[in-house]
Unconditional design. Structure first.
Length: 536
């Protein structure tokens, strides 16, 4: 039975318990459990829901239900889903009725009291109560200063409505709960930022390890010396550089060499793989975004050009940039100005741009897939990296370096490579260039059982017998070609990214690029086929 009045001491004790819980716990579920315990014998309730605002809807972040006990170690999200499942309630957070309630609560900042009534079947409140299968509801706004941050809902399954005094007590309770919610959200944001920083540190460590694994720029051929000569001439300047070359030729190494030999070496070199980013997020990654610019943009984020102030931005696979981003990049190259996504403030950057592409950008310009004005702005100082087949004399140097490197890494005493194996390695065409050679040597070191790498340790098509290169090999290559062409057709010729052919086939983009080159497949033709089909 519901009591009519309470002593001031009882109210004070309940509010004190809840305030202490709010200040003591960062876990919102424990705050709600404390709220429910403090209300026992004071204001009978069957459930409490704590929600944060996301755009026009509420997102439940913590729930208490009298009839559903929490499992040990159960996450709050799992508990919320289990309450919905066991109580057969329907989620209404993204319904039109819920949007109307959120807008009303934000606008009025006043408590909403609702009771299920068969006399008002079409009302907004009644719709929500029926879906949640509850009889009475008190929904109070939660604010932090002047900011509306969410709401707390108190539910009752019995037909007894909340009295005005009960509503007053629940409103008093909402104040320390609002403080707890604000603290918890701040703690979650700090935790997310800390995790992001750890991820960035890990990514940087992996990037440094990868650079160390490649071992710098190794070679003595005239073709490589000509490249290094151009690097030495352009590095001291602020000129934009466009590096071209097949996949695996070391374009990122050249970009690092330019940055490290420049006056900007003490600032950051920020790498952006344009082909690996989803099309809708490229602009956000490059230029940053404002809070609320799109779904999931919960805070302002600085883009790569802001982070690279005074340093260098390396745009790998620049030919994959979407048309709208090409326009924004052109503006940066011309004026140094840009805006964050969703923002109106014009920002300026002095970051140097070094771009790279394994595509023929001049051909892309002729076909209308890349802006001609952007190409000319990028192509101020072109550097072409020769494929490994054009610098075969460097293969022994690279093989010896990678052999020593991976032997130390796996703890094997390998002194060198047998002459007959080195001869075959030098003759091989290396469609995947230095990256393929690196992987082949690493695999050979793992497989090796002696102190010298022999022919049997290297797994290359050229090391297989002619019998294996006959009809059976041709059939295998035909099937591989068919699978790649089907994947390219479905991805409109795109190799990388979440909808690229590499994702469909379950291989790395660089591996697929090597196979496309080896099989002589024109990936760009699939874009033309699709356009022709659409025009037809």
């Amino acid at each position: 039975m519901v009591r009519e009045q309470w002593s001031g001491e009882e109210k004070y004790r309940a509010l004190l318990e809840i305030s202490e819980a709010a200040n003591r716990h960062l876990e919102l579920s424990r705050v709600l459990d404390s709220v429910a315990a403090a209300l026992q014998g004071l204001v009978p309730i069957d459930g409490v829901g704590l929600m944060t605002r996301e755009g026009e809807v509420f997102r439940p972040v913590a729930v208490y239900h009298r009839n559903v006990s929490r499992g040990e170690g159960e996450t709050e999200l799992a508990y919320i889903q289990r309450v919905e499942r066991e109580q057969s309630t329907q989620r209404v957070s993204d319904s039109p009725e819920a949007r109307a309630v959120v807008a009303r609560l934000d606008r009025s900042r006043e408590t909403i009291v609702a009771r299920r009534s068969p006399d008002a079947p079409g009302s907004t409140a009644n719709e929500i109560l029926e879906r949640l299968e509850i009889e009475s509801l008190v929904l109070t706004p939660l604010t932090k200063g002047d900011e509306f941050i969410g709401g707390i809902a108190f539910a009752r399954l019995s037909a007894t409505p909340f009295t005005s005094e009960e509503v007053g007590i629940l409103e008093d309770i909402s104040r320390p709960v609002a403080s707890a919610l604000a603290n918890a959200l701040a703690f979650q944001e700090i935790t997310a930022l800390r995790a992001r920083l750890e991820d960035e540190n890990l990514a940087l460590k992996e990037e440094i390890d990868a650079s160390a694994a490649v071992g710098g720029i190794i070679g003595a051929t005239e073709a490589l010396r000509a490249v290094l000569e151009r690097v030495s001439r352009v590095a001291p300047t602020d000129s934009t550089v466009l590096i071209s070359g097949e996949t695996g030729t070391g374009k990122e190494l050249i970009a690092r060499a330019i940055h490290n030999a420049s006056p900007r070496a003490h600032r950051a070199l920020i790498k952006v793989n344009c082909a690996a980013l989803p099309e809708g997020l490229v602009a956000s990654e490059l230029f940053g975004h404002e809070k609320g610019a799109f779904t999931g943009a919960l805070q302002r984020r600085r883009g790569r050009f802001e982070l690279a102030a005074g340093g260098t931005v390396f745009l790998d696979e620049v030919g994959e940039l979407p048309p709208l981003v090409q326009v924004a990049l052109l503006r940066i190259l011309q004026e140094g100005d840009f805006e964050r996504v969703g923002g109106t403030e014009t920002l300026h950057t002095d970051a140097r741009v070094v771009a790279a592409s394994n595509r023929n950008l001049e051909e892309a310009v002729r076909e209308g897939r890349f802006r001609s004005d952007l190409f000319f702005r990028l192509n101020v100082f072109p550097i072409r990296l020769p494929p490994l087949r054009e610098r075969r004399e460097d293969v022994p140097l690279l093989v010896q370096y990678f052999t020593r490197h991976y032997a130390r890494r796996v703890g094997k005493a390998i002194s060198g490579v047998a002459p007959e194996a080195m001869e075959i390695l030098t003759r091989y065409a290396w469609p995947g260039n230095i990256r393929e050679l690196q992987n082949v040597v690493e695999r050979a070191v793992i497989l090796a059982s002696g102190h010298v790498l022999n022919v049997r340790d290297f797994e290359l098509p050229s090391l297989q017998g002619e019998a294996r290169r006959g009809p059976l090999r041709g059939a295998v290559e035909n099937e591989e070609r068919r699978r790649i062409e089907v994947a390219l057709a479905s991805s409109r010729g795109r190799v990388s990214g979440p909808y690229g052919a590499a994702k469909t086939l379950g291989v790395a983009p660089s591996t697929l690029e090597s196979r496309i080159q080896r099989l002589g497949i024109d990936k760009h033709a699939f874009r033309h086929q699709l356009q022709g089909a659409q025009q037809g």
